[in-house]
Design a protein around this ligand. Structure first.
Ligand code: BES
Ligand code: MN
Ligand code: ZN
Length: 497
């Protein structure tokens, strides 16, 4: 979609549709009031008759409104005026785009009431707008064979009005937001694919494709023999039970100064997690095809860095494999040796993510990174703790964690820091090896992070547990695109200062 920003009078804009907001108490915001005045109170009249209540997410499309240059007028509910913040604004915008996507409207002007400037400056508002529109227009890349519903017609969106002095910032925001939306769609398309298509080799092919599409990106993928040469005993342990060959994918984006320490992104790439010998129950097991959302986020982050030509050196590491039971599979009680020489007792083969990540995190060390961020659908415990609303943030550097939490706020892709203090690591003690891969139910999201922390000593490291945020279940089942917006904000700030 093509996004633009305007300043000046809303009523004068030509488009297939003009979108304005209405508060719940039938109150009109400043922009809607100006439009209503030009329409000689038509909107107010409608509200007074009680035809539109202004509830959050509600919308009403009116055609051929005299006095309007736009062919249609869409009213969208903003909810209660005193509770109107960026969340309400974003929800209204999403509702408007969703409503327009069911029509033949190809161009729209969005003049929604703006939340407080301190909450959402011109750049951030515009970026959120472009990104939210892209997200609302996303359609699942399903494999249905019937007649496809027509793609949404909406192709041009104009946002405003901005003060003339804010247009440059707004345009920058729209550019960044459109790029984030594009990369998020790539993430979702990869993550929504079933495990029999999206295999470790498929992920490697996607990385190679990125390198072909973007000059700044390089990609390679190590096969099982090469992984063995790196002595990645934990990673190899997980892939043993699977007939699908594993891949260790390495991406580079060279946008920064030569020799500048890179940001290393690590993504969990379990293309299907059956649990292995510690097999999961059948309930919703299909959703374990999403266990590669961390990997998909890393791929999308490279797509984004390349689109935005971010002046940043980036390295991406993706350990990709399946977790399956079988005659060769690892068994509870097995002891393996990680790439950095620690012995690990595998008490539960379903705690596989931390195993493959530990070897990838150790591999990150050779880059002398400025920071390492891993992203993983790591624990059900994180879903219990934070639900689907916040990504869990843990790590060994509070400043880095705070930076990520702040990025999540700015990007409407929220994250919350959990306390990774020493006690949690002590729960991983065992009589038989240096460390066990599980520590019982209590504090499960944090004990998983404590396991990872053993492999990141001396590096600035943060871990994002996206188990609750990376996809939706039930009727809405789909990858969400999270945490790309958070990561995008983080990378943009690191690159542009
Ligand atoms: N991929 C799962 C985590 C997960 C479960 C994400 C459900 C989203 C929804 C991970 O590999 C796993 O199985 N973790 C176990 C760890 C346990 C055995 C310590 C879990 O959370 O149950
Ligand atoms: Mn598992
Ligand atoms: Zn898993």
């Amino acid at each position: 979609m093509q996004c633009s920003a305007y300043s000046g009078q809303t009523i004068a804009r030509r488009a297939d549709c003009l979108v304005i907001g209405v508060f719940e108490s039938r109150e009109l915001g400043a922009e809607a009031r100006a439009v209503d005045r030009a329409l000689r109170g038509r909107v107010r009249g409608l509200l007074q008759r009680g035809d539109f209540a202004g509830r959050a997410g509600e919308s009403l499309l009116l055609a051929d409104v005299p006095g309007l240059r736009a062919t249609r007028l869409l009213l969208v509910g903003l909810g209660a005026a005193r509770n109107y913040h960026r969340r309400g604004w974003r929800r209204a915008l999403t509702a408007a785009v969703t409503a327009l996507a069911r029509t033949r409207v190809a161009s729209a002007v969005f003049a929604l009431e703006r939340p407080d400037e301190r909450e959402l400056d011109d750049y951030t508002l515009a970026r959120s707008a472009a990104e939210a529109c892209g997200a609302a227009l996303y359609r699942i890349n399903d494999l249905k064979t019937g007649k496809r519903p027509p793609a949404p017609s909406l192709a041009r969106a104009s946002f405003g009005p901005f003060a003339a002095g804010g247009l440059a910032d707004a345009r920058r925001g729209l550019g960044d937001g459109s790029a984030i939306a594009g990369s998020a769609a790539l993430l979702r398309n990869i993550a929504n694919l079933p495990g029999n298509i999206c295999t470790p080799r498929y992920l490697a092919a996607q990385a190679a494709q990125l390198a072909r599409s973007h000059r700044s990106v390089r990609a390679r993928a190590l096969n099982e023999a090469q992984i063995r040469r790196l002595k990645m005993g934990c990673f190899l342990a997980v892939t043993r039970g699977s007939a699908e060959p594993p891949r260790f994918i390495i991406l580079e984006h060279r946008g920064g100064r030569r020799g500048a320490a890179p940001l290393v992104l690590v993504g969990k790439g379990v293309t299907f997690d059956s649990g292995g010998i510690s097999i999961k129950d059948a309930n919703a097991m299909d959703e374990m095809k999403f266990d590669m959302c961390g990997a998909a986020t890393v791929l999308a982050a490279f797509d984004l860095a390349a689109r935005l030509k971010l002046r940043l050196n980036l390295v991406g590491l993706i350990p990709a494999c399946e977790n399956m039971p079988g005659g060769r599979a690892i068994k509870p009680g097995d002891i393996v040796t990680s790439a950095d020489g620690q012995t690990v007792e595998i008490l539960n083969t379903d705690a596989e993510g931390r195993l493959i990540l530990s070897d990838a995190l150790h591999y990150a060390r050779r880059y002398r990174p400025a920071a390492v961020i891993d992203m993983a659908t790591l624990t059900g415990a994180c879903v219990v703790a934070l639900g689907a609303h916040h990504t869990g943030v843990m790590g060994n550097d509070d400043e880095l964690a705070r930076e990520l939490v702040a990025s999540g706020k700015r990007a409407d892709d929220r994250a919350w820091q959990l306390p990774l203090t020493e006690e949690y690591g002590e729960q991983l003690k065992t009589n038989f090896a240096d460390v066990a891969n599980v520590a019982g139910r209590d504090g499960g999201a944090i004990t998983a992070a404590a396991f990872l922390g053993r492999f990141t000593k001396g590096m600035k490291w943060a871990h994002l547990d996206i188990a609750g945020t990376a996809w939706l279940s039930g009727a809405q089942k789909s990858a969400t695109g999270r945490p790309l917006a958070l990561l995008g904000d983080f990378m943009i700030r690191r690159a542009r200062g």
